[in-house]
Design a protein around this ligand. Structure first.
Ligand code: TXA
Ligand code: MG
Length: 349
């Protein structure tokens, strides 16, 4: 039988060296026309639109099925563009300067008072805006060429796993967007760290709203680092969008922190997301798993685990399992961000 190729309205253009200029031009043309396009960043793929074009911003929300109360991150191609979207208060100016010198371009997002020109839709009506400068060369080249900052949330449907490859974007948003720029696999694999800075008498306080590749340990030189106090009354979380149910596969995920908690249902298929995949380590040999995937095969290195987390969650989600069981990783350094994502993915079901 002859299979006809599937026709999709979404084009994928490679950003390889030979094709780099064409990829930049194709993305910029679309963005100028008010379209939204999926672009690689060093963390995860983003769904980008011109921040000063409210119709493009509205499209981002529509394509993702994202509720309008969940604000977007704004990406500046050049540090000089920061004052176009945000106002840096004088009392935290020296700290901001030091943090940007240390971590930009890179996976650190700052929450700052918003510039009045940024449409309210971008910030969901908040008077603050989330800003970062991506380390991805192609992402910045497109932003520079366009000459405008880009609003870009992760290029997944709301509540789903963030995409770390062009293929994963296609799975999420095929037929919903005109263009995906394929820059290969993302270097970090986890979304940026989001922080808020407040001036203190002696040292500023840095509140980590979302843990990510820039860890608590890396931020400690710049101020007193805190996690936000969790609301225990069921009220809205202090940062919108920091909802517990996020990054979720369709297959229920069980984060088993203590093996004694595992009560398998007979006849169901369980797959394991292991840390090292080594027999005798973690939960690998404790059950007859249908599949075992290792975050960091053999040695157990957290940066590798962070890099592979969303890729493997997606793979296990497509494996026809009844449940995905995840082993905990130690909550130091990048392990904090990995456990944050696993807890959110497990919270959904
Ligand atoms: O690495 C990343 O940050 C990726 C890439 C594409 O840059 N982007 C990303 O965007 O993860 P998104 O939209 O999936 O997550 C942005 C988070 C949301 O949880 C949102 O609620 C929060 O940032 N956020 C945005 N603006 C905010 C604000 N003004 N105050 C507090 N949180 C904010
Ligand atoms: Mg997201």
């Amino acid at each position: 039988m002859r299979h006809l190729p599937r026709v999709s309205s979404t084009s994928i253009i490679s950003a390889s060296d030979e094709n780099y200029k064409d990829a930049v031009a194709a993305a910029v043309d679309m963005l100028r026309a008010g379209e939204v396009v999926a672009l690689p960043t060093e963390t995860v793929y983003g769904l980008a639109g011109n921040v000063f074009d409210p119709a493009a911003v509205a499209k981002i929300f529509a394509v993702k099925e994202r509720p309008s109360f969940d604000p977007l991150i704004v990406h500046v191609a050049r540090r000089e563009d920061l004052p176009r979207v945000a106002i840096v208060p004088e009392d935290i100016q020296p700290t901001v300067e030091k943090l940007l010198n240390a971590f930009w371009p890179g996976p650190l997002t700052l929450i700052l008072p918003k510039h009045p020109d940024v449409p309210d839709l971008v910030t969901s009506g908040l008077d603050t805006v989330a800003v970062r400068q991506s380390a991805s060369k192609i992402f910045r080249a497109i932003g520079k060429e366009l000459g405008e900052p880009l609003a870009a949330p992760s290029a997944n449907r709301f509540g789903r796993i963030s995409p770390t490859s062009a293929y994963a974007v296609q799975q999420e948003l095929d037929d919903r967007i005109p263009l995906i720029v394929d820059g290969g696999a993302c270097a970090e694999g986890l979304e940026s760290t989001i922080i808020q800075i407040t001036a203190g008498e002696k040292r500023p306080t840095i509140t980590i709203l979302r843990p990510g590749p820039v860890t608590k340990e890396m931020l400690q030189n710049f101020g007193k680092v805190e996690r936000p106090k969790r609301p225990h009354d069921g009220s809205a979380p202090s940062a919108p969008g920091m909802l517990p149910s996020h990054y979720a596969p369709r297959t229920p995920l069980l984060l088993i922190e203590d093996w004694e908690e595992f009560r398998p249902e007979p006849g169901k298929k369980y797959g394991l997301l292991s840390y090292t995949g080594e027999p005798g380590k973690g939960y690998v040999s404790r059950y007859r798993w249908s599949i075992v995937e290792a975050l960091s095969p053999g040695n157990g290195k957290l940066p590798e685990a962070a890099l592979r987390l969303f890729h493997l969650l997606r793979k296990l989600d497509n494996a026809g399992l009844d449940y995905i069981v995840a082993e905990p990783v130690s909550e130091v350094g990048l392990g904090v961000a990995v456990m944050d994502r696993l807890r959110r993915a497990a919270a959904v079901h």
